[in-house]
Ligand binder design. Structure first.
Ligand SMILES: Cc1cc2nc3c(=O)[nH]c(=O)nc-3n(C[C@H](O)[C@H](O)[C@H](O)COP(=O)(O)OP(=O)(O)OC[C@H]3O[C@@H](n4cnc5c(N)ncnc54)[C@H](O)[C@@H]3O)c2cc1C
Length: 413
């Protein structure tokens, strides 16, 4: 049932919107979550890609797991957590990236991260690519890692923002899927589905929210939609909010895409391995072999390369993955690999990208985007998190923060 009036309207049922809604549950305030899709979770979405393959199309890792609020939630909802080390650092498979080359690369990568930290301590912002060691042979691959972490190459990434992220180096997983956990987390909340918000009119005392399901008025609104939608005014504000639009444009969503391939002869590849080449180019995938022992391979692509593949059309990411894996393991592997599903997050109308990064010189924009307006409009979403941006738990915590701001300004019940 779509209400015509609530005390608090929450826009978006991703991690941030669900976090906000849970924090309002006991407040006594009436509220509803308005969601454009027909499901909760947003960029957290688990599918059964095949009878024996569970696949997270969006987030998969509980990053900074010792500080990740979804660990407790998974516990409460009886979702099994897997604490095995991720494969990307130490569990390389095959000869595509020989051991001593890998060790050399990891040293260069760690040195690069140290230089970013030192540059950030000096407090002057610039493109993170200025922290490359000139002439280092691994620079293109370090840039590829940035496309996985930031969704963008380092020439588009702010040093100060990159360094503000708090990585505790503990990365866990949810066996049934991070998206499945999110769906369970949202299951008991009041959500209006297929309800796309087009306009937030805050010119009068009550805020008027125009949606594809009709008009609703609210005392307060929490906005959690991705920055790429605010930046192009896919949701409009009246009166206009140029500072928010500018902040969102300077915190664009980069791009990361995933693909899952069925592996017909699972024993052909080891469980939980990582496959990638010492490619000396940024346009490369990284492959997780048989996650949880499942008969599949997951590929991960980022940045301009992911954009190029998305633009080539559905199936291009799977085709590029199979070609690259065959170049490492030989052509026999081709007949064992079948495309199951690939993401196309840049083409998703309610995301238009994967996760946010600050452009060089713009690291202060996260605080600008997060700031409430007039005690009536509140902002959450991963891009507003000061230290866990890009992540699902950062998004959830930001929703809780916005709900607390609402409660501080609401008359006591
Ligand atoms: C490929 C990929 C891999 C990732 N890997 C990880 C990972 O391993 N670990 C991790 O922590 N994070 C990861 N992330 C990031 C993580 O998924 C996001 O940071 C997080 O889910 C964002 O939550 P959110 O609530 O801020 O935004 P969203 O999840 O995008 O939620 C916003 C919601 O608003 C809705 N919406 C949009 N427009 C409107 C409108 N006009 N009206 C109403 N509703 C609207 C959307 O449909 C959506 O449901 C990954 C993301 C991708 C794409």
């Amino acid at each position: 049932m779509f209400p015509s009036s609530v005390e608090v309207a929450i826009i978006g049922a991703g991690a941030a919107g669900l976090g906000a809604a849970h924090a309002l549950k006991k407040s006594g305030l009436s509220f509803i979550v308005l969601e454009a899709r027909n499901r909760v979770g947003g960029r957290a979405y688990t599918i059964q890609a095949a009878p024996d393959v569970i696949f997270d199309v969006g987030c998969g890792w509980l990053h900074s797991a010792d500080r990740n609020s979804f660990v407790r939630i998974a516990d409460e909802l009886n979702f099994e957590i897997n604490k095995d080390l991720p494969p990307w650092r130490d569990r390389a498979v095959g000869n595509a990236f020989p051991r001593d080359e890998r060790a050399d690369f990891i040293r260069s990568l760690d040195d690069f991260f140290d230089r970013v930290e030192q540059a950030a301590r000096r407090g002057r912002d610039a493109e993170a690519s200025t922290c490359f060691e000139p002439g280092n042979r691994w620079n293109p691959m370090i840039d590829a890692i940035s496309t996985y972490i930031n969704g963008a190459e380092l020439d588009r990434v702010s040093i100060l923002d990159f360094n503000a992220y708090e990585d505790t180096n503990l990365n866990w997983r949810v066996r049934r899927g991070y998206g499945a956990l999110m769906a369970a987390y949202g299951a008991t909340l009041p959500v209006a589905f297929n309800c796309a918000v087009a306009l937030i009119d805050h010119s009068a005392k009550r805020v008027r929210v125009e949606t594809s399901q009709g008009v609703l008025t609210a005392d307060k609104v929490i906005i959690t939609v991705p920055t790429n939608l605010i930046a192009v005014e896919a949701i409009r504000f009246h009166p206009a909010l140029p500072d928010k639009v500018d902040a969102a444009a300077n915190l664009p969503l980069g791009l990361a895409d995933k693909v899952v391939l069925a592996l017909d002869e699972p024993e052909a590849l080891p469980k939980e391995g990582n496959l990638r080449g010492a490619t000396m180019r940024t346009e490369m995938g990284t492959y997780h072999l048989r996650p949880f022992g499942q008969p599949c391979v997951e590929g991960f692509f980022g940045g301009r390369f992911a954009r190029q593949l998305e633009d080539e059309g559905d199936g291009a990411i799977a085709a590029a993955s199979i070609d690259e894996i065959a170049s490492f393991l030989g052509n026999d592997i081709r007949r064992m690999l079948k495309p199951l599903k690939e993401s196309r997050w840049a083409h998703d109308p309610f995301a238009r990208g994967s996760y946010s990064h600050a452009l060089p010189g713009q690291s202060g924009k996260r605080a600008v985007l997060a700031a409430p307006i007039d005690g009536r409009l509140f902002f959450a979403g991963e891009a507003t998190s000061p230290n866990f941006f890009t992540t699902a738990h950062g998004a959830r915590d930001s929703g809780e923060r916005a709900a607390k701001e609402v409660l501080l300004t609401a008359p006591r019940k």
